[in-house]
Design a protein. Structure first.
Lengths: 522, 307, 373
């Protein structure tokens, strides 16, 4: 690497952060120059988030130093970081739903905010300059996820910005929105702003970033210039030599309809909820149907309607020969429906309970309860079997659910559901936040269940995952579901349009170029 | 009913509603920051007894009120330390505060039960007091009633029009976001808790130094709890706190109305009216409303920052 | 300085040591308090903690005091497990006493064997009725149960006062606010001769065992625990949330009602204005102090009953205010909540800069997972 004649804008030297039972950052070195777009690559749990929180003053490192324009710096807190010109776009946005855009931005700017009308006009001009139109007077809860991200970015841009940190910014965007974001980021960099782009998506890093630092298990496992690498070599840096990085699964066609949703309209009673509109969906035995969509477009409502947490009127949800619309979740389970929710801690599993108790949580219909009494011996055996069959890494069945890593807990939950031999499995975001090893194991388990003849519905925000495992695919937008297509007949571009609410047939529209996703890990 | 009776009822309504208004304004600020302090009753009792003892021994009402405020602040500080530093459950800690305050106030007040003092006297504002019906209600009250109205105005402005008020609301809605953008979550919550304590102490001393005025064990008689319900009734809006406090004041003096109208009902049964009214209000406001847009979203949830 | 350091996993040992530590700290505070009040602290301590139970009569009285507290607390352990904050045991107890008294007063001249069961059932019904209202308000109208149950305590007390001053007042009682004395057929039999220990104690111990089985062995108990820890998991698994809330609230209400009727048909023998010196509130502390576990609750009940007797003893012998009892009750709960931080954290002496982590209590375990990635 050539020495800079002027010091880099940001230098990290030997950053180390220990959490109980986990060395999150171990001797990390990194530097970012002015006008550089620098990628911080790594899979879930590699230590990316901790490192960026160190830079932003949210986490104090145990050891190591930070240099800013060559001078040692102790970032006291986010307000201090902001004063220096460091801005951060969080993965889980740090916005206040009940306040307006301007109020949100005023809060972050502190005393520099000035009066509200002046700030509002500044927000307007900045957002127009960078092609991210937002209305400063709207309340945040009325904005889409993509618009909220713009607010986060504009919040950084209304002040003098020298370093912009973005944490997995593309995970909430449609492919087309990703392209737009990249244009903005390149414009910013050309004006001299440094950008730290945190991601686990290799193709995006390759398309956008000048240099990349790769983390694995809390350490720097390598640095590279993405344009000069192929995705496979970067993937190796991310996951190591022993993990398979590319797998494909054969696509199949299902047989008889297992789940049929017809003309489902559901009014959400939640102020921030989405109403389901004229929703039609069919999942057949022996196939995996994938539904893509940006968060908050009705996925939660659809999943709740299918699990039975919210109940529909008769005649809209058919499971094999039964109208399950008015049935409670346990009745649906008794018919052979299983469910893997998005929140694995605090819905899929009770955090403070042992794995044995968590096995009973949904397994109670499989003979674990006799005359109102729990057969604990049997339940323990059931838990042991899940742990063994699905290679769940844990201290044992007595371990609390929240002592497991995300990947291991997810394997336990999926195992628990599959071992009840469901005829229909509904999985929400089955691999978010888990490492690649666990993700592969989960995908294999789903494919195996499919091949045994079960119907599977996967709702996910991860397009790559859906293309990998779905046999038919579609997208949900604002409570409407696009028509489903066999996966080989769809494309990233078409799915992206569906995610944005354009359900017209792709054949009639000329394909638009979009960031290639070919080199993805999933 | 004649004019005089109505005038008297309105006067008593405001007077009875005043301690509720003061304590509810404090709790409103506290809850806006996302902290649910169920210890109002205990803090009020401590304010009542401390204010009474100080006034009795110094002869100064001012010192009594100030001491009561200080007592409320110290009580709320215990709550703050246990819930914020030690991340204890807010509900349990609030209950503990009430039990502790009830016990401690009775303990230190044992020798003061029934002793007489001269309480706060009404100040008639010339001319205005003589207005029909609302004259006495609004212009013939004691100093603390006027102060409570000023407090109400201040809290209203603070929440709706000031920058610190905006920060308070942000912290109450999402402390994690607030922390992430550098707002001092702990400081804001501490200040809100202490303000709540100060108001509860003041409200308590209003009972023992102006309303009754004497000290009795448990003399707040559930007003701290009613104030908590009042905040729900007000949907966390300052202007509705005022309305609610006065309405509850009215419910508490309905026996005057009944007497005035010539009914005779058991005083014990009439004493249940404010509590019944509280339940009724909770039922009306809790069912079928979308609380996510009304209550501070993080209310009652502990916040901790990882560093 | 002292730093709090997350343990990573909750410490089981500490969750049992914490109540003991809290009791010791309360005692220590008491010693300081007595010294400040000019009372010989050692004498005060023995007066409160030892003298009341120095003889068999005292031990028997301890059991008498413990009975209503135990009944209320064991019931509360079930609702609290479901994270339903029933603060209304006091009101449910009063209603139990009132209903039971009403029934007993119907049989003043009847010595049949069915009188006592009728009286007890009426008491339970009173508790069920009062808790049932709270349950309906909670389930059907989504009202905050803390506020409604507190309000209902005040209402129950006033209704009881009305009854004892009015319809249930003994017509031959010289206008004292008291009912007539119940007939012997309505009084709970004494278990141990020459003491006041009555059949209610046996019922309370039976309830402890039954609830132990319910919570550790039965599926309903499991569902209640899930409901308390994680409502959305319970919903997703199809547990009937409303039914469970009704069940838990009614169970605790019924037991509190039994506690109330056990007092009027036990040691008191008639309806009087003050049938409970706050047993229902004390039971809340007992439930927490006993970690919502039957065994812990039995131990905590004994401590609480002793505190009541000790408070009375201190008033008689040392001239200290009776409010000492409730003062110590509050202190005990505070210390417990404070000591509970040690379940999730360990203390470490540090010399370095004060970058103290704000405490994270129960959620520490997730921190480990969040810490990476």
């Amino acid at each position: 690497m050539p020495q800079h004649p002027i010091p880099p804008r940001l230098t990290l030297r030997g950053i180390t952060k220990q959490y109980p039972g986990c060395l999150a950052n171990d001797d990390i070195h990194l530097n970012i120059a002015a006008a550089e777009i620098h990628a911080l690559l790594g899979e879930n749990g590699a230590g990316k988030s901790t490192l960026m929180k160190v830079i932003y003053g949210l986490v104090k490192p145990d050891r190591g130093e930070i240099l800013w324009d060559g001078l040692p710096l102790d970032v006291k807190d986010p307000a201090h970081a902001r004063k220096l010109g460091i801005g951060m776009v969080f993965q889980h946005f740090s916005l206040f739903d009940t306040l307006t855009v301007t109020e949100n931005i005023a809060l972050a700017l502190g005393d520099d905010a000035g009066d509200i009308p002046a700030l509002a006009s500044r927000i307007r001009s900045v957002s127009e300059k960078y092609g991210m139109a937002i209305n400063p007077d709207r309340q945040v809860h009325t904005l889409s996820v993509g618009e909220r991200q713009r607010v986060e970015i504009v919040r950084c841009l209304v002040q003098d910005i020298k370093l912009l940190i973005l944490d997995e910014p593309t995970s909430v965007l449609t492919p087309q929105e990703v392209d737009t974001l990249f244009v903005t980021l390149r414009q910013l960099a050309s004006e001299g702003c440094s950008i730290l782009f945190i991601s686990h998506k290799l193709n995006e890093v390759k398309a956008l970033c000048h240099r990349a630092t790769v983390l694995r298990g809390g350490r720097v496992s390598g640095a590279c210039i993405p344009a000069e690498e192929d995705t496979l070599s970067m993937a190796r840096l991310m996951v190591g030599e022993n993990t398979p990085v590319s797998t494909t699964y054969p696509k199949v066609l299902g047989t008889t309809p297992t789940l049929t949703v017809s003309n489902l309209n559901l009014h959400s009673h939640d102020a921030f909820g989405v109403h389901l509109k004229q929703l039609n969906l069919q999942v057949n035995a022996g196939e995996i149907v994938g539904i893509a969509g940006v968060a908050g477009n009705g996925q939660e409502e659809l999943l709740a309607a299918l699990s039975g947490e919210t109940r529909a009127s008769a005649g809209h949800i058919q499971f094999a020969d039964t109208d399950i619309g008015p049935l409670t979740p346990d009745r649906r389970r008794a018919l052979g429906l299983a469910f893997v929710p998005e929140e694995r801690l605090g819905r899929g599993a009770v955090p403070e309970m042992s794995l044995t108790e968590n096995a009973l949580l949904t397994g109670f219909l499989t003979g674990l309860v006799k005359r109102g009494m729990v057969a604990w011996k049997k339940t323990e055996a059931f838990a042991d079997q899940i742990i063994a069959d699905y290679k769940v890494k844990t201290a044992g069945r007595h371990a609390q659910a929240d002592s497991l890593s995300g990947g291991n807990l997810q394997k336990f939950i999926i195992g628990r559901e599959i071992m009840q031999k469901p005829r229909l499995l509904i999985a929400a975001h089955p691999t978010w936040g888990v490492d690649i090893g666990a993700a592969t194991a989960i995908h294999k388990a789903l494919i195996e269940l499919r091949d045994q003849g079960a119907a599977i519905l996967v709702v996910s925000e991860d397009i790559d995952e859906l293309f990998l495992i779905s046999d038919r695919i579609g997208a949900i937008c604002d409570g409407r579901l696009s028509p489903l297509k066999p996966t080989p007949e769809s494309s990233i571009a078409e799915l992206g349009r569906q995610m944005a609410g354009d359900f017209s047939d792709a054949a009639t529209i000329s394909p638009r170029p979009t960031t290639s996703r070919a080199g993805s890990l999933h | 009913m004649d004019i005089d009776l109505i005038t008297n009822i309105l006067y008593a309504m405001v007077r009875t509603g005043t301690p509720l208004l003061i304590v509810a304004l404090g709790e409103l600020i506290c809850e806006k920051s996302g902290v649910l302090n169920l210890g109002q009753e205990g803090m009020m009792l401590m304010g009542a007894v401390v204010g009474f003892i100080v006034t009795l021994s110094t002869g100064s009402l001012t010192l009594g009120f100030l001491a009561a405020i200080l007592a409320g602040i110290l009580m709320s500080l215990i709550f703050g330390v246990i819930t914020m530093e030690l991340s204890a459950n807010q509900v349990a800690t609030g209950l503990a505060l009430t039990i502790f305050g009830t016990g401690l106030s009775a303990f230190i007040g044992t020798n003061y039960v029934g002793k007489p003092i001269t309480g706060l006297e009404p100040i008639d504002i010339p001319v205005l007091t003589d207005l029909p019906i609302i004259g006495r209600m609004l212009f013939g009250q004691d100093l603390l009633v006027y102060l409570s109205l000023a407090l109400f105005g201040g809290v209203y402005w603070f929440i709706n029009h000031s920058r610190p008020g905006l920060i308070l609301k942000a912290v109450g809605e999402n402390p994690h976001s607030a922390n992430a953008i550098g707002l001092p979550v702990f400081k804001v919550r501490y200040l809100a808790i202490l303000f709540g304590g100060a108001m509860a102490g003041l409200a308590g001393s209003y009972l023992s130094l102006a309303y009754t005025p004497l000290w009795m064990e448990n003399m707040s008689a559930g007003r701290g709890w009613i104030a908590l319900a009042l905040v729900v009734f007000a949907s966390w809006k300052a202007e509705r706190v005022l309305l609610g406090a006065w309405l509850f004041g009215l419910a508490s003096i309905l026996h005057l109305v009944f007497q005035g109208m010539g009914f005779s009902v058991s005083p014990n049964l009439l004493a249940t009216l404010p509590y019944l009214a509280t339940i009724a209000v909770l039922v009306i406001l809790s069912s079928n409303q979308n609380s996510r847009l009304v209550a501070p979203i993080s209310l009652g949830k502990p916040f901790y920052a990882k560093t | 300085m002292i730093k709090l350091e997350p343990r990573g996993e909750r410490s089981r040992l500490m969750s049992w040591l914490s109540p003991i530590l809290a009791a010791l700290l309360t005692m220590l505070t008491g010693l300081v308090l007595f010294t400040l009040l000019g009372v010989d602290p050692w004498q005060a301590l023995t007066t409160i903690l030892y003298k009341p139970i120095a003889d068999t009569y005292g031990l028997a009285e301890l059991a008498v005091k413990a009975t209503p507290i135990l009944l209320c607390a064991i019931g509360l352990s079930v609702v609290f497990k479901a994270q339903i904050w029933n603060i209304g045991a006091e009101g449910q107890l009063l209603m139990g006493g009132l209903f039971g008294s009403y029934m007993a007063l119907q049989f003043l001249d009847n010595d049949s064997g069915y009188v006592l069961p009728m009286v007890l059932l009426a008491g339970v019904a009173g508790g069920l009725f009062w808790a049932g209202i709270a349950a309906i308000l909670k389930v059907q109208f989504n009202t905050n149960e803390i506020l409604t149950t507190i309000m209902m305590n005040y209402i129950a007390l006033n209704i009881l006062l009305w009854a004892v001053h009015g319809p249930l007042k003994d017509p031959e009682g010289f206008n004292f606010p008291e009912s007539a004395m119940f007939s012997q057929s309505a009084i709970l039999p004494v278990l141990i001769d020459d003491t006041r220990v009555h059949f209610g104690l046996a019922l309370a111990l039976l309830a402890v065992v039954a609830i132990w089985v319910l919570m550790s062995r039965s599926f309903v108990g499991f569902q209640i625990r899930v409901l308390g820890l994680d409502r959305s998991a319970a919903r997703l698994s199809g547990f009937r949330e409303k039914r469970l809330i009704y069940f838990a609230l009614l169970l605790s209400g019924g037991l509190a009602g039994l506690a109330g009727v056990g007092e009027v048909a036990g040691p008191i023998g008639q309806l009087i204005p003050s049938i409970s010196p706050g047993y229902g509130y004390a039971a809340i502390i007992v439930a927490f102090l006993g970690r919502l576990h039957p065994l812990g609750i039995v131990l905590a009940t004994l401590l609480m009953a002793l505190l009541y007797m000790g408070g009375e003893m201190a008033q008689i012998e040392l001239g200290l205010p009776l409010a000492l009892t409730s003062l110590f009750q509050g202190l005990l709960l505070f210390y417990l909540l404070a000591c509970d931080v040690l379940i999730g954290f360990r203390l470490r002496l540090t010399t370095s800069k004060p970058a103290t982590a704000p405490a994270a209590a129960v959620a520490t375990d997730t921190a480990v997972i969040e810490a990476r990635g």
